[in-house]
Ligand binder design. Structure first.
Ligand SMILES: CC/C=C\C/C=C\C/C=C\C/C=C\C/C=C\C/C=C\CCCCC(=O)SCCNC(=O)CCNC(=O)[C@H](O)C(C)(C)COP(=O)(O)OP(=O)(O)OC[C@H]1O[C@@H](n2cnc3c(N)ncnc32)[C@H](O)[C@@H]1OP(=O)(O)O
Ligand SMILES: Cc1cc2nc3c(=O)[nH]c(=O)nc-3n(C[C@H](O)[C@H](O)[C@H](O)COP(=O)(O)OP(=O)(O)OC[C@H]3O[C@@H](n4cnc5c(N)ncnc54)[C@H](O)[C@@H]3O)c2cc1C
Length: 668
């Protein structure tokens, strides 16, 4: 089988790995990326990005100062968006995200929020007339916007946001104000220096009543000079763990007046006389958050896929220690412990990517339904996107760290790309709703389902239908080889269901003794566990179902990966499966053996499996993960670019170290 990943001059070990591959990598790449046409488009976009020198970095960004990073990112995003004819702009999830990942990397930029939240908010929250006016300006890039919701004092609890928008019917204007320091908007991406507009979420007051948080479009800076408008104070919030190419910012209003029609009025409205028209569903205004939570799943999967690619490729070229004495040092990928550390991360990346396709489809369905005023699926998409966002971003962050640790000392260098991948991805645990908080949103949905079941209703959404099923009292497991996909799912359903009812009963009891919020708080650890099990069950079920749709010659290798994902979940929570004698220790021991069997079976295809994700070096940006495996000379070249190496002797020598040593020597 031909293999496009093998080229002359490559490292011998990585080449030998590729020669061992038992499946068609191109076919696998097409399956992973949604079809041959999609794969072909990736290649065309890559070709274009590589051919346009202005989309490149003058030096590795790790060696740049923050100001240089911001400048470099701004230059590139303008060049990138000057050339959007290179992609199908309607395919944000596929072509848009790939084009921006290749060009911009993980440091983000002046227009990330413009594309991820500002434009989607205009699309989702404006009425027709507003859409006509604002969307064309935003798409043409005549204005650059962000999404300013979080404040210094409140991010999670939106009902307590402090920024106010008081309607004045005399002038038909809203007056935006930040009454306290804690009302300052804090965090919005590209707010500090780049954006001149923002969707600002503020408490709407009209006719003397507070109507809760609503979105308004607000001009922040003068069009020509880019100076802040009167009454507006804003700036950058300083360096962060990651995404330092983005100027996340702060913003305060001092009685700033905006026209009535700057309130986004697709769902809620304020009429000229101040009459408030409420939305059909109270959370329709939160739609952009649901959109971002949905696209985050793919983004996080890509980051974990990248980390796995780097670590697995590196483990194939790194030789250290002997397994059989005097027979030469082995590739570290041959150590079972290394496989146990890395292959589950790759398996997770697959599981998350396949779930990302599902949530994308569900999101599109919900959007379609909303155009007809149908809000039926809102609770379901809110629960699924919140749950996936929380579990996926957490596992991704932990997984990236495992990949980094598995690369030893070189994993700690920024040459590996791990610090940047981690700094970028771990933000996902916090933004778009802190994970623990979002898990509790899922739990609300699950507790309602449990209540329905207790009431004898069979009317549950498909996603939580397992809660109403009776299920087996004992696992059907007899041996790993005969452990069918439906048995795996049934075992996970048992544990997820048990957890749902454990939390439900605990909550019910607590509610008899305390008010509803206090009761909820006293059960919240169990409630979060419930949500995690629900999401893991979904991920496993979806992964196995997806594998069954793969071309037949890919199914065996993918099945090993999917089973590893499931077995890893089961064995790392064995206690849950022993409850009520559902599973026996000997069965669990066999499943544990199943993990080792999967590792062994995946080992020969490991490098080819990560090659199938189709990361170009341009996207990985990692010396350790480079396609050709020639890591050591590349590390030396990378280190030579350190600004500290521009001179043989640093001025600090003459200032501090030199005098110290001379003085010490003179005293001897
Ligand atoms: C050419 C261009 C090409 C390329 C593109 C360029 C760039 C692309 C680049 C990358 C893209 C890739 C991925 C993105 C990667 C990086 C992202 C970059 C930047 C990050 C941006 C981050 C932005 C933000 O963080 S914005 C701020 C987000 N804030 C939050 O999420 C706040 C969290 N809090 C809440 O959501 C809510 O307050 C709450 C849910 C916690 C509680 O709400 P509230 O108090 O109002 O409600 P409750 O009383 O608790 O509940 C009432 C009922 O409402 C239900 N509910 C709540 N929310 C929703 C919802 N959204 N939908 C439906 N229902 C909802 C809730 O469940 C309750 O229901 P019940 O029936 O009563 O139980
Ligand atoms: C990289 C990054 C980019 C961001 N970009 C934007 C942006 O563009 N626009 C924007 O508006 N915002 C943005 N944010 C802000 C982000 O959305 C918030 O930080 C996030 O929603 C969490 O809110 P918080 O900071 O108030 O956390 P807090 O709510 O203060 O969380 C602190 C702790 O309290 C716990 N906690 C809080 N409430 C509860 C509860 N009810 N029950 C149990 N535990 C609770 C949390 O679990 C957490 O452990 C960004 C943040 C980051 C890190």
């Amino acid at each position: 089988m031909s293999n496009r990943w093998i080229q002359p001059g490559d490292n011998v070990d990585i080449t030998n790995e590729r020669k061992k591959c038992t499946f068609d990598i191109e076919k696998m790449s097409a399956f992973i990326h949604g079809g041959e046409d999609k794969l072909q488009r990736r290649r065309e976009i890559l070709e274009y990005v590589k051919s346009n020198k202005s989309l490149g970095d003058p030096q590795p960004i790790e060696f740049m100062t923050r100001n240089e990073r911001v400048e470099n990112a701004s230059r590139k995003i303008v060049e990138m968006t000057n050339n959007t004819d290179q992609i199908d702009g309607s395919d944000f999830f596929g072509e848009g995200m790939y084009y921006q990942a290749l060009t911009m990397g993980r440091d983000l930029h002046a227009m990330s929020l413009h594309y991820v939240m500002f434009i989607p908010t205009l699309q989702g929250q404006t009425d027709d007339e507003q859409l006509d006016h604002w969307l064309s300006l935003a798409i043409a890039r005549a204005i650059v916007g962000t999404y300013a919701q979080t404040e210094l004092g409140h991010g999670t609890n939106l009902s307590k946001l402090e920024t106010t928008a008081h309607y004045d019917p005399k002038t038909e204007e809203f007056v935006l104000n930040s009454p306290t320091i804690t009302a300052a908007k804090w965090w919005p991406g590209a707010l500090g220096k780049s954006s001149n507009y923002a969707v600002v979420v503020a408490q709407l007051y009209t006719q003397g009543e507070c109507k809760g948080p609503h979105p308004f479009i607000v001009q922040l800076r003068e069009m020509d000079t880019h100076k802040p408008l009167k009454g507006i104070t804003l700036g950058d919030i300083g360096p962060k763990l990651g995404i330092n190419g983005s100027d996340n910012g702060f913003l305060l209003f001092d009685h700033v007046r905006i026209p009535r029609r700057h309130m986004l009025m697709r769902y809620s409205k304020v009429l000229p006389d101040g009459t408030y028209i409420k939305p059909q569903h109270s959370k329709l205004g939160y739609g952009t958050m649901v959109f971002v939570r949905s696209i985050m799943i793919k983004d996080q999967a890509s980051q974990l896929g990248a980390a796995s690619t780097i670590a697995i490729r590196y483990a194939s070229v790194r030789r250290q220690g002997e397994i059989i004495p005097n027979s030469g040092e082995v590739q570290i990928l041959d150590y079972q412990t290394q496989q146990y550390r890395l292959f589950p991360q790759l398996a997770r990346a697959f599981a998350f990517l396949f779930a990302a396709y599902e949530i994308r489809d569900l999101y599109m369905k919900v959007t379609e339904q909303l155009t007809h005023g149908n809000t039926e699926l809102l609770p379901e998409i809110h629960a699924l996107s919140s749950g996936l966002k929380s579990v996926v971003s957490w596992d991704t962050a932990q997984g990236i760290e495992q990949c980094r640790l598995a690369c030893g000392g070189h994993g700690y260098s920024q040459a590996s790309a791990f610090p940047e991948i981690y700094g970028y991805a771990v933000g996902g645990c916090t933004y778009e709703g802190e994970n623990i908080v979002m898990l509790q949103q899922v739990a609300r949905f699950l507790m309602k389902a449990a209540e329905e079941v207790k009431k004898g209703s069979a009317n549950l959404a498909e996603i939580c239908a397992y809660i109403g099923r009776k299920g087996e009292q004992h696992s059907r497991f007899t041996s790993v080889d005969s452990y069918r996909d439906e048995d795996i799912v049934s075992d996970l359903e048992y544990v997820a269901r048990q957890q749902v009812f454990r939390a439900y009963e605990k909550l019910r009891k607590a509610q008899q003794q305390a008010n509803s919020e206090t009761a909820w708080n006293s059960c919240s650890v169990e409630l979060c566990k419930t949500s995690r099990w629900h999401v893991r069950l979904y991920l496993v079920k979806n992964f196995l179902a997806k594998v069954s749709t793969a071309p037949s010659d890919l199914r065996a290798v993918l099945h090993d990966v999917a089973r590893l994902y499931a077995f890893d979940i089961i064995t790392s929570s064995s206690g849950n499966f022993y409850e009520n004698g559902y599973m026996r220790e000997d069965q669990m021991n066999e499943i544990r053996e199943g993990v080792y069997k999967c590792l062994h079976r995946i080992r020969p295809n490991a490098v080819s499996l990560v090659d199938s994700w189709d990361y170009d070096d341009r996207e990985l940006k990692s010396v350790l993960g480079r396609r050709d495996g020639n890591v050591y000379p590349a590390l030396l070249e990378w280190a030579k670019q350190s600004p500290l190496n521009k001179t043989e002797v640093l001025p600090t020598f003459d200032k501090y170290l030199g005098p110290m040593m001379r003085e010490a020597k003179s005293k001897l």
